[in-house]
Design a protein around this ligand. Structure first.
Ligand code: GLA
Ligand code: ZN
Length: 656
């Protein structure tokens, strides 16, 4: 397995490059990523290119047999460009043009920006696409579905809508614009959402704008990718992403790219709230699920984080190594650390890399070197992947729609996905997080939480899966909206009513209030946020409410449908409920469970079809004891054992 580092030749004297490359080789670094912010060095003046320094940097790493991931620098246009074409900067939802001076403020649709972005990408691709040392490409950096409201984006948004709806009448009707006299009589009246809270604005407009902004980000990535591929069709191209406020549709963004690249900064202080303990694994699984393929980490935690916020505590002993291995346990094939050296100049000087300002290798660097040595021993897992019996469905549409109209106090789209994910993770199994339209046939259980915005393909996919014998778990806030983000005039959960065999006669958005439910076995659990009050048609009650005027009515149901089973969880419960529920689902569907795993221990399995490799990761600050059912061979240290101790953040990988 490969470990790499993010490197900024433009920030260091040339003499340092050679020394750094020497030390990288000694440490076991296999890849460097560079160039994503270096536009002013590559094109110091309009049309004057300088590649000599990059040639030199690449050739130094090539001589050291270190592969280069070359980035297109379009995240940071040089100041001459902003000066000549001020309208290449984004205009925020407040209508104000963003001031230059930080980064990433270019509008992805601004024609002059695009002209220059294509030209520099073309130049780089022409020069380096066939360079052997350049083993991969990163387009731009952390592209978001920016909520730009500049003239160009407004125009494109209008075109995008007309393309979809044909005319204003259809838009008015789909958006329900008779509400608050919002009817468009001229296309010029269509405006992107404003800086006011989304919940005050038209939900259809807001959802369409998220879709549009995502499409624009995807288009930009694809256009740049095509330029690189034109020069070298076999080029491996990606773009790096994170969970920003303006998430694009990851499924579409990576559709034409070779692999997903994720910027992975797990929290250094473990969450005090047990509910969040496995949430980091959740994000890794989500990234793997985007292409249902192994992915890369393009930026990995290396030190105390700072600059964008006050400095965080320093990574605890074991975390530098452990979190990189954790990413591999969840499907990363390559992990690149951000960054080799901590910057000593510029805004990000306190977002620490592996080597501190002191330039003296520290505890973290020593741990990183140990990680590199360990990664080299993991050759056996290079051709392996995670195979899972359980899938959780993640939908960008639902994510955006809940962001536009948060349902009750504290209600968050990801919460229920994470609760289910954590519950299954507790039992030491792989969990996939995939698109609602992905092939579900291979899963023994599919969790489809909050299927809020209607998507015909997704609904048919879920029905088909259950009809053929699958087990699905649906939840509150399903079937609520049509594809235009309007409420459907039918008893909830509308399209899913037949599948779940129950009807919601009323709901109680209880927000942060707490109530109790009792399951069929007499176990009681806390619930909050939302209570669907249901009447059963063909389903049976799995759990009932114990409070309020609906005490005694079903809260969780189970329905046999054709050859399959559909559960429905009408409320949002405490962690204990999901654990017990997931345990029952696993029993019922024949998914093997590991019981009594110490809290915080994650167990995942990668397989090549012949051999299975089990990863045991201790994501806790306590030492834990692991007992195996039989003696197994550790590919980390070559020992054979049937039990072992894991220090905090330690990992062992055994062959089954
Ligand atoms: C992001 C960016 C990096 C850097 C890090 C740390 O992930 O891609 O350039 O800014 O955050 O702040
Ligand atoms: Zn714009």
């Amino acid at each position: 397995m490969r470990i790499g580092v993010d490197y900024y030749p433009e920030q260091w004297d040339k003499e340092m490059w050679q020394k750094d490359a020497d030390l990288m080789v000694k440490t076991g670094v296999k890849l460097v990523r560079m160039g994503e912010f270096a536009w002013s060095r590559l094109e110091p003046r309009d049309g004057q290119f300088d590649f000599a320094w990059l040639d030199e940097a690449i050739s130094i790493f090539a001589r050291h047999s270190i592969g280069v991931i070359l980035c297109t620098p379009t995240s940071c246009p040089p100041l001459w460009m902003y000066e000549t074409y001020p309208d290449i900067t984004q205009v925020g939802p407040d209508g104000k043009r963003i001031q230059t001076g930080i980064r990433a403020h270019r509008c992805l649709n601004a024609p002059m920006f695009l002209y220059y972005a294509k030209r520099i990408t073309e130049q780089l691709a022409h020069r380096y696409a066939r360079t052997t040392a350049v083993v991969g490409w990163q387009i731009d950096n952390e592209i978001e579905a920016y909520p730009c409201t500049c003239e160009v984006c407004r125009g494109l948004f209008r075109d995008w809508l007309i393309d979809k709806y044909d005319n204003l009448e259809n838009i008015n009707s789909a958006f329900g614009n008779s509400v608050w006299s919002g009817e468009y009589s001229d296309i010029s009246q269509i405006q992107p959402p404003t800086a006011y809270p989304k919940a005050w604005q038209n939900p259809s407009l807001c959802l369409e704008y998220s879709r549009f902004a995502s499409d624009m980000a995807v288009k930009f990535v694809n256009d740049m990718t095509m330029i690189v591929r034109r020069h070298y069709p076999k080029a491996k191209v990606t773009t790096n992403t994170y969970f920003s406020e303006n998430k694009p549709d990851y499924y579409r963004m990576y559709e034409l790219l070779d692999f997903v690249a994720y910027d992975n900064y797990p929290p250094i202080m473990l969450p005090e709230d047990d509910d969040e303990i496995y949430s980091h694994a959740f994000y890794l699984d989500l990234m793997r699920g985007v292409k249902q393929k192994n992915f890369w980490v393009m930026e990995q935690l290396s030190g105390p984080t700072g600059c964008w916020m006050p400095m965080s505590p320093t990574p605890r002993p074991g975390q530098i190594k452990g979190y990189a291995l954790q990413a591999m346990a969840h499907g990363a094939d390559t992990v690149i650390h951000f960054r080799w050296r901590t910057a000593n100049k510029g805004a990000e000087m306190y977002w620490h890399g592996l080597i501190d300002h002191s330039n003296v290798p520290s505890r973290r660097f020593i741990e990183f070197a140990d990680l590199c040595r360990t990664a080299m021993k993991l050759t056996a897992i290079e051709t392996t992947e995670l195979v899972s019996d359980i899938a959780i469905l993640y939908s960008p549409d639902n994510d955006w729609a809940f962001g536009i109209q948060p349902q009750t106090s504290g209600f968050e789209y990801f919460e229920q996905l994470k609760l289910f994910h954590a519950a299954f993770t507790r039992y030491g199994v792989n969990v996939d997080i995939i698109s609602p339209t992905a092939d579900l046939t291979k899963y023994k259980a599919v969790i489809a939480p909050e299927m809020y915005v209607y998507d015909q393909n997704a609904a048919e996919n879920i029905y088909r899966y259950v009809i053929k014998g699958g087990t699905v778990v649906m939840t509150n806030r399903s079937g609520v909206k049509d594809a235009f983000n309007n409420c459907i005039m039918e008893p909830l959960p509308t399209v899913y009513r037949e599948l779940i065999g129950a009807e919601i006669v009323e709901y109680d958005p209880i927000g942060d209030m707490e109530q109790t439910i009792k399951d069929f076995a007499g176990n009681e659990f806390r619930c909050s946020k939302w209570c669907d009050i249901m009447e059963l048609t063909t389903a049976r009650a799995y759990a009932e409410y114990e409070d309020c005027f609906y005490s005694g009515s079903p809260a969780v149901t189970m329905n046999r449908y054709c050859s399959g089973v559909a559960y429905y969880v009408g409320t949002v419960c405490s962690r204990e409920f999901y654990e017990s529920f997931a345990g029952n689902i696993m029993k019922q569907t024949g998914i093997p469970r590991l019981k009594d795993l110490p809290k915080g221990v994650e167990v995942t399995t990668r397989t090549n079809g012949l051999d299975d490799y089990i990863f045991f990761f201790n994501n806790s600050e306590q030492e834990v004891e692991i007992t195996l059912p039989k003696a197994m061979f550790s590919i980390i240290d070559g020992g054979e054992r049937d039990n072992f101790t894991l220090k905090p953040f330690d990992m062992d990988v055994v062959r089954k």
